[in-house]
Design a protein around this ligand. Structure first.
Ligand code: PLP
Length: 383
């Protein structure tokens, strides 16, 4: 069966050029970047080249890029070190964050007694900046704001510049989980005074097991993985050289083709919205994902009937798609994001489905999905 992949917010397929680059590094550049001999230094040169390219893309300095194993590690490091080393006593966040942020914050609350303040989202998944400003002004405690740039389930985008300005004005640190937006947008951290951000290569056709943290030089953040001087002692451990090379190649391809890729994905998404509206009466969309200004790779659909088996049924028809985010699909409990924006009645009578696109997604894939949904609905409503 020819499978269709519509779960690109969970992970993306590797670009063939990324595979070539990684195989080449595995074969011919195997050195340890900390070794002083020339084989080690070849690996070091490659690491620093990728670091420079990432820094150029974000308009920061190379010293502010710390290679890690994934988005989860980057977020953990930033949150935990902010508390342990920067004296943060209070975190302002929202219930819409990815589990790796949400659970790290709860862990800090439990273990370190950190005060946690949640900004509640509106029905559309928006966060009130007035409420954030009020909360920022509300305490003398050293505060970190942790709010994601784009939500991986409902596609809402946060105005990073406005939030960073509010944080600066109120002397708070600002961390944003930028895992879903790095390499999908032009991002300029020289204009956005945030302190920390995170990235994961497998969200833009790079390999799994590699990412980076952006750590503003002036922040004073320290590492939580100790035991070596790598990454300026911010993250001990021999670097994943071939993964980092793959991430660099994936970023280069994404940035070279940003306009073409994003245009194609936006058109595919528009087509999906139109086909779903035509074929599934009563279909709705969650958050802002249906709107032009949302994360263009994600469309969060609310089907007009309750069918918790939909993901499995689509999988049996050769369509890989998520009912929520990767972490919550397969789980008995609905995702925190859906529980935050849908009421009880909506949760009981509907089924969320997340379509997430890449530039490899074709309109015919959307046709296949819509046909499958119509078929499943016909069977489902007969039962
Ligand atoms: N943050 C967001 C918004 C994500 O979507 C994900 C992955 O699903 C992560 C963090 C975790 O990234 P990683 O899979 O690299 O640990």
């Amino acid at each position: 069966m020819n499978k269709i992949y519509l779960d690109n917010a969970a992970t993306t397929p590797l670009d063939p050029l990324v595979i070539d680059e990684m195989v080449n590094v595995l074969q011919f550049n195997f050195g340890n970047p900390s070794s002083t001999h020339s084989i080690g230094q070849d690996a070091k040169v490659l690491l620093e080249k990728v670091r420079r390219e990432i820094a150029e893309y974000l308009k920061v300095t190379p010293a502010e890029i710390v290679f890690t194993s994934c988005g989860t590690e980057s977020n953990n490091m930033i949150l935990k070190s902010s508390v342990e080393h920067l004296g943060v006593e209070r975190i302002i966040t929202s219930p819409l964050e990815h589990k790796c942020v949400a659970e790290s914050i709860l862990d800090l609350k439990k273990r370190k007694g950190i005060e946690v303040v949640y900004i509640r989202p509106t029905k559309n998944g928006d966060l009130s900046l007035e409420e954030l400003e009020k909360q920022l002004a509300n305490s003398e405690k050293k505060t970190l704001v942790s709010l994601m740039h784009a939500n991986n389930e409902i596609g809402n985008l946060l105005d990073l510049e406005k939030v960073a300005d509010l944080c600066k004005k109120n002397n708070a640190l600002f961390h944003s989980d930028t895992v879903q937006t790095i390499a999908h947008y032009d991002i300029d951290f020289s204009k956005i005074p945030l302190d920390f951000a995170s990235c994961s290569a497998h969200k833009f056709h790079g390999p799994k097991g590699v990412g980076f943290a952006f750590v503003r030089k002036s922040s004073g953040l320290k590492g939580i993985i100790t035991g070596g001087p790598q990454e300026r002692s911010l993250r001990a451990g021999t670097e994943n050289v071939c993964g980092i090379a793959g991430m660099g190649k994936a970023l280069e391809i994404s940035m070279k083709n940003l306009e073409n890729f994003s245009q194609k994905i936006k058109e595919t998404k528009k087509y999906a919205i139109q086909r779903l509206k035509e074929e599934i009466p009563g279909v709705k969309f969650n958050g802002r994902s249906v709107e032009d200004g949302s994360l263009y790779t994600v469309l969060s659909v609310l089907l007009p009937y309750n069918n918790p088996m939909i993901g499995l049924q689509l999988d049996m028809k050769g369509i890989a798609i998520s009912q929520g985010s990767a972490c919550s699909s397969g789980a008995a409990k609905p995702s925190m994001v859906m529980m935050s924006i849908l009421n009880e009645e909506e949760m009981e009578n509907n089924t969320p489905l997340r379509i997430s696109f890449s530039h490899f997604t074709e309109k015919k894939d959307i046709d296949t999905l819509v046909d499958a949904l119509v078929e499943i609905q016909a069977i489902h409503t007969k039962i």
